[in-house]
Design a binder for this molecule. Structure first.
Ligand code: FE2
Ligand code: FE2
Length: 475
């Protein structure tokens, strides 16, 4: 391994070629990463040449280099955004100190936990999506799936770099453990709930990349404010890739809606049975998928009141979304925030110390952003002259974490009895029959320019290529 040209094999801007300790750590980890990719990466894809973008530098345009690549040979790189001269810790009790270039000893355990929790989501989503290639609705979509997968792999590298570079032996052990947990495994699952759910079909995949990759965006934005400068710079670069993942989800759902509306107009019907018989996904089913992914994803922000969230903020490790654009003291002592709770079987608002409610603050920012995109989906329906409108369910709907766990709330925000829940659950969440129907549509369409019947083609190809471009060579 000593003859490796590091800059060629592992594109980076962290001086890897000169950093012997980091090289040793990566030399041990990289073969295990590749074994993990062989075992858990996209099923059956290892020989394909895929038209992918590879990040080769952080300069404008340098992160979007396109070429055909076999995914096991993808050059997973390590990139930090360029340093900001004179950057400071911008919030919490260390506000005004120079940003840390090394891990502050007193915050070491918390910082490691934050990095590991973020890092764990990256391989988890690759595992969740590993069978989807077998049922792709088009080559264009297949390429997008693989692009998301290799970039989640690179995000794992980004977090492992921090663990190797800054956390010594326990960092190396955590990096190994990131390759050992498995999404949905009974004995050694991924850390967060939504990352142990299945992503069994392409409607789920589009909902996942819309909702759950957007959670990724908000978590990364909060970490991009970190007083630990290497974490801030790494996550800033990761955000450039996350934008594409959310595009895949948003445009994917929009294309499903477009196709359904087209058939609704052709057949002049909104009857789910007739639409299903015509091979498209009826709008109420899409709404139920939305309800599921929205509710499972907002649980990822954690409990509405959390002393950990307060500690992470106070110690300058994890900020708020757009922390430095906010117009307050960035310490938040004595400030309050409204959270939802339950009293006497009703939802009630409570004022709690804002520092303890920072998970809720981030969740609310996320919800606003999610709802804006649902509005863009509704414009597809509007344009087609279809009166149905998609809606985000109430924040208390189907929650498993925080003070809203353990009660039953309808999508429109009424606390309901267990009996009423059981009576309506099939209208509110995807039923086994819904999932079986969607699964029945998932046949593989892989000729350039052809699309499955249930989804419209995209308006444009990738990287200004035509829609019928050969995005994947199966060899
Ligand atoms: Fe990611
Ligand atoms: Fe992502």
């Amino acid at each position: 391994m000593s003859t490796i040209d590091y800059n060629e094999k592992i594109p980076n801007n962290v001086g890897l070629a000169e950093d012997k300790a980091l090289q040793r750590a990566l030399e041990h980890w990289q073969p295990n990463y590749l074994s993990w990719w062989q075992e858990m990466g996209p099923d059956g894809s290892h020989g394909f040449d895929v038209y992918l973008r590879t990040a080769v530098s952080v300069e404008a345009g340098g992160w979007a280099h396109f070429d055909y690549v076999k995914m096991p040979d993808y050059r997973w790189g390590i990139f930090l955004n360029n340093p900001e001269p004179g950057r400071q810790v911008n919030f919490g009790s260390h506000k005004g100190e120079p940003a840390w270039q090394e891990v502050p000893g007193e915050h070491r355990a918390n910082l490691r936990r934050i990095i590991v929790t973020q890092g764990d989501t990256e391989p988890a989503s690759v595992e969740q999506q590993r069978h989807l290639g077998l049922t792709c609705p088009s080559q264009y979509d297949l390429r997008n799936l693989f692009q998301v997968n290799v970039e989640e792999g690179r995000h794992l590298w980004a977090m492992v770099y921090l663990l190797h570079k800054h956390f010594g032996r326990d960092g190396r052990e955590e990096a190994e453990a990131l390759l050992e947990r498995r999404s949905g495994d009974a004995d050694n699952p991924r850390i967060l709930g939504a990352f142990n759910e299945r992503t069994p079909d392409w409607l789920s995949f589009f909902m996942f990349t819309y909702f759950t990759d957007r959670d990724g965006k908000y978590q990364l934005c909060a970490l991009a404010e970190s007083g630990f400068d290497p974490l801030a710079r790494t996550t800033r670069f990761m955000l450039t890739e996350e934008a594409h993942h959310m595009f895949v989800g948003e445009s994917g759902v929009a294309r499903v809606l477009q196709r359904t509306c087209q058939v609704m107009n052709e057949l002049k019907t909104d009857d789910p049975d007739r639409l299903r018989a015509a091979g498209v996904i009826d709008l109420p089913t899409i709404q139920r998928y939305l309800n599921f992914h929205f509710s499972v994803t907002i649980d990822l922000f954690g409990a509405d009141e959390s002393s950990n969230a307060a500690t992470f903020y106070n110690s300058g490790l994890k900020g708020r979304f757009e922390e430095t654009k906010r117009d307050d003291d960035h310490r938040l002592h004595g400030r309050t925030y409204t959270v939802l709770g339950v009293a006497d079987g009703r939802l009630v608002e409570r004022e709690v110390p804002m520092l303890n409610a920072l998970n809720e603050v981030l969740r609310d920012d996320y919800i606003r952003d999610s709802i804006a995109g649902i509005g863009r989906w509704n414009r597809v329906l509007e344009k087609a002259g279809v009166p149905f409108r998609l809606q985000a369910p109430h924040k208390a709907f189907n929650r498993r974490i925080g003070s809203l766990a353990g009660i039953r709330v309808s999508p429109d925000g009424r606390v309901v009895s267990q009996a009423e829940w059981a009576q309506h659950e099939r209208e509110w969440l995807p039923s086994p029959e819904d999932r079986a129907f969607v699964a029945s549509l998932m046949g593989r369409v892989a000729e350039p320019g052809r699309f499955a019947n249930w989804i419209a083609p995209p308006a444009n190809g990738i990287n200004k290529q035509p829609v019928d471009f050969q995005y994947v060579r199966f060899n």
